[in-house]
Every structure is written in structure tokens, then in C-alpha cells.
Design a protein around this ligand. Structure first.
Ligand code: PLP
Length: 434
């Protein structure tokens, strides 16, 4: 069978699709696996209980009730109106944003939102002289989320800026680093200066590193976006106010040049595939039109479960009181285990500031981390090697991109203990032999 160019683009094996198959196969095998790859959120008991109660309650409110109404009817392409109204109330209650329903659209997960947004703002444009211009999505701080890499319908349209790397401490201890935006490189980027950037985007907290861009970095990015008349897209999948997996002092701002993307996935509901976009009405109208073509309407089940939790702020309480402390504790446990296993070796850890991962930099490791991944896999431990997290970067010319790994901290404590034991043994052997 022959596929179109579009078909070929989306069916060709990508680095990440191969890796995800690998992770899936490993999980199906009968060997015990320490699963520190993947991005699944943890199952947190207190949170699950609330989801289950809500699920039962919306199922019990009768034939004309919430669950059947949500399952039995399409919403309009913008998304479930009751959920959008609840979100408008919620955001205006907690932030001074003065939103209306015209500022919010729903998508089938935020991955779906990035597919729309990166194709809206990246790719072929026609300029004022009727000339074709190819515009990219500017990622101001590489490494970035692996899931951005392949979403463009035609080619790849990213420009990325390599980070400054600062040595920092964490809880008073040495052995940590933090990535910071290189604003000098960013402001001098030819694509930006020459009008070949269509939007600026960052995840905050960042998947894969757990970095949280500072308020100062964010306000500089917002100012640059305005100056070049492009939107600033903030991927808030791990951010505030839900799931609020942020430990550094950070604030969230929105204005009509900002496109904020939220998700219900990392509060523990990845299966309901619900993403939320907060943006200017023009962007919301565009997303709604794309929803109509691609999905008719976004899924309503996540909306039905989340609406009562958004209305009475339980989504925020759960995030503050259960989800954030859980991951903070997991991060601290993983850091302690890593220090015990590799404290005397040149491993440095990105300062854990949020999200559900640790990012480990094996300085001077004699092999690259794709090979390390293979060796760890043979010993039953799965992580993700760093080279896939650099959309827009020519990793062949950037050695640092081959020396890090991402490990999830969402697993239970025993899996962290067993997995880090293997990482320690394999890395020590490599360092000792070099
Ligand atoms: N953005 C980031 C930074 C992520 O880590 C993920 C998922 O792992 C997504 C977006 C997409 O999440 P979802 O489509 O489940 O909302």
C-alpha cells in the first residue's frame, strides 16, 4: 500500500516510537522490570479515592444526570461547556485574569493541543510580500519534552537554544546543576531576528529535567515574544495550580499574548485524555475549528469528573496536599539513593524543582547513554537516554546531549531502590574500568 507524504511522515519509525515500543515490550515480558522510563503519573491513594467517589457520584445521579449526559451527547467543538464555565470561575478566583468562556478550549489531552498549536504557529507562512516563509517554534531552553519532536504535519520546525549550566546546591548539598536560558544566544538567534519564529514555547516545570524556569526568565521570554509579535506557549502539564508539582518559588502569569496549556493527566487522569488551553479568543476559535475537523468534539468524560473538583477547589487542595508532597518526597528519596550509590563518582543531578523526573548527568562516562540504556535494560531497569530530548538541536555536535538520562520518580519506593541499585552498579563498573 502506498501512503501519502503525510502518511509517511506519521508512520516512519521515530526515535521515540521505537523507544516506547521497547518500553511496552519490556513491560509485557515475564522478567521483573524496574520501570523508571515512561511518563505515567503515580497512583496516589488519597487522590484515587476522590476520583472514584466522584466517578460513582456522577454515575448515580440518574438517567438525565451528569455521566450519561457527558457520554451520550457531543459537546460543541470548543469542549464541554459546564467544565469550561467551571474553569473560568476557578482561574478568575485564583488569578486576576478576567477570563470568559471565549478564552478556554478543551482538547483530547494536551499532546493534542501541541499538535494543533505547533502546526498553527510553525511551518509554511505567507509574508506581506506574498513570499513563502518557513517559521519555527522556538524552544528557549533545550532539553525539552520529547513529545514535541514529531508533531509537525510536514517536516520539523524547531529552533532551540542550548542552556547555560550552573553548579548549584540542593538542600545544602553539592553535586547538582541547573539549566538557565542563554538570553544572549536567544536574542541573537538569526531565525528570531529575521522573523522566522512563529511562537516561543517552554514546558514549566520541564519534562525531562524537572527544571522550573524562574519568574525572571519567564518575564523576559514574555517580553521577547511581545516584541517579535509571536505568542508565548507555556506547557503547564506539571505546573500550578494543578497538579502543582513545583517546589521552587514560581508564579504563573497569563495575558492575551500567552497560550497556557493545562492537562488532567498528571493529577492522575491520563486515561481521560483532557487538555485545557487558555488563550486569546482568536486562538480558541482556531483550536475549536481544528477540533471540529479532527475530533468533531473533544472527549467529555474527564470534564465530567473534573467539573465538581474544579468548582469547589478540591483539584487545588489535592494538588497542594497530596500530589506535590508525594513527588517531593519521591525526589528526595531518589536523590538520597543516587548519592549513596554514586556519591564518589562524577554523577551530577539536575536540581529537582518539579515534574515527575530526575535528570542525571554522567560526566565523563566512557559510553553514551543510549548504550547505557541498553546495559541497564539487560539488567531489568528502564530509563530514557537523553539524546531524544533535544528537538531543534543538532545532537551530533553537542556531546552533553549524550551523557544524561531521564528517570521517572513516579514508581513505588521499592522500584526506586531496585532500579537505582542497578544504575549504581552499572555506572560504577563503567567508571572503574575507564
Ligand atoms: N507536555 C508535557 C511536558 C508532558 O510531559 C506531557 C506528557 O507526558 C504532555 C505535554 C502531554 O500530556 P497529555 O497529552 O497526557 O495531556
Amino acid at each position: 500500500m502506498k501512503f501519502s507524504k503525510f502518511g509517511q511522515k506519521f508512520t516512519q519509525p521515530t526515535g521515540i516510537s521505537q523507544l516506547m515500543d521497547d518500553l511496552g515490550d519490556a513491560l509485557k515480558s515475564d522478567q521483573p522490570i524496574n520501570m523508571l522510563g515512561g511518563g505515567n503519573p503515580a497512583r496516589i491513594e488519597a487522590v484515587n479515592e476522590v476520583f472514584l467517589q466522584t466517578y460513582k457520584a456522577i454515575g448515580d445521579d440518574g438517567l438525565e444526570g451528569t455521566a450519561l449526559n457527558a457520554m451520550g451527547n457531543y459537546s460543541n467543538p470548543q469542549g464541554d461547556a459546564a467544565f469550561i464555565d467551571a474553569l473560568v470561575g476557578f482561574f478568575n478566583r485564583h488569578y486576576d485574569w478576567n477570563l470568559s468562556a471565549e478564552n478556554i478550549a478543551l482538547t483530547n489531552g494536551s499532546q493534542n493541543a501541541f499538535f494543533y498549536l505547533f502546526n498553527l504557529f510553525g511551518g509554511a507562512f505567507t509574508d506581506e510580500h506574498n513570499q513563502s516563509v518557513d517559521k519555527s517554534i522556538l524552544l528557549p531552553l533545550a532539553p525539552e519534552y520529547i513529545g514535541y519532536s514529531d508533531v509537525h504535519v510536514d517536516g520539523q520546525h524547531f529552533a532551540a537554544v542550548l542552556p547555560h549550566i550552573d553548579e548549584v546546591t540542593y538542600n545544602g548539598e553539592e553535586g547538582f546543576f541547573k539549566y538557565r536560558v542563554d538570553f544572549e544566544a536567544l536574542e541573537n538567534l538569526p531565525a528570531l531576528v529575521e522573523g522566522r519564529i512563529g511562537a516561543i514555547c517552554c514546558s514549566r516545570p520541564t519534562n525531562p529535567t524537572g527544571n522550573v524556569l524562574t519568574d525572571e526568565e519567564m518575564s523576559r521570554l514574555a517580553e521577547i515574544a511581545k516584541r517579535y509579535e509571536v505568542p508565548l506557549i507555556i506547557d503547564n502539564a506539571y505546573g500550578m495550580p494543578f497538579p502543582n508539582i513545583i517546589y521552587s518559588d514560581a508564579h504563573l502569569n497569563w495575558d492575551d499574548n500567552t497560550i497556557l496549556c493545562f492537562s488532567l493527566s498528571k493529577i492522575g487522569l491520563p486515561g481521560v485524555r483532557t487538555g485545557i488551553i487558555v488563550a486569546a479568543p482568536e486562538v480558541i476559535a482556531a483550536v475549536s475549528s481544528m477540533n471540529a475537523v479532527v475530533n468533531l468534539a473533544p472527549t467529555r468524560f474527564g470534564a465530567a469528573i473534573a467539573t465538581p473538583l474544579v468548582k469547589d477547589d478540591r483539584i487545588k487542595q489535592l494538588s497542594d496536599d497530596a500530589i506535590k508532597p508525594f513527588y517531593q518526597q519521591q525526589a528526595n528519596t531518589a536523590v538520597r539513593l543516587l548519592k549513596e550509590a554514586l556519591g564518589d563518582y562524577p554523577l551530577v543531578i539536575h536540581k529537582p524543582e518539579g515534574a515527575i523526573f530526575l535528570w542525571l548527568w554522567f560526566k565523563d562516562l566512557p559510553i553514551d547513554t543510549v548504550e547505557l540504556y541498553e546495559r541497564l535494560k539487560k539488567q531489568g531497569t528502564l530509563i530514557v537516554p537523553s539524546k531524544y530530548f533535544f528537538p531543534g538541536v543538532d545532537v551530533a555536535n553537542y556531546p552533553h546531549a549524550h551523557k544524561c538520562i531521564r528517570m521517572s520518580i513516579a514508581a513505588d519506593e521499592q522500584t526506586l531502590i531496585d532500579g537505582i541499585k542497578v544504575i549504581g552498579e552499572v555506572a560504577r563498573e563503567l567508571y572503574d574500568a575507564s
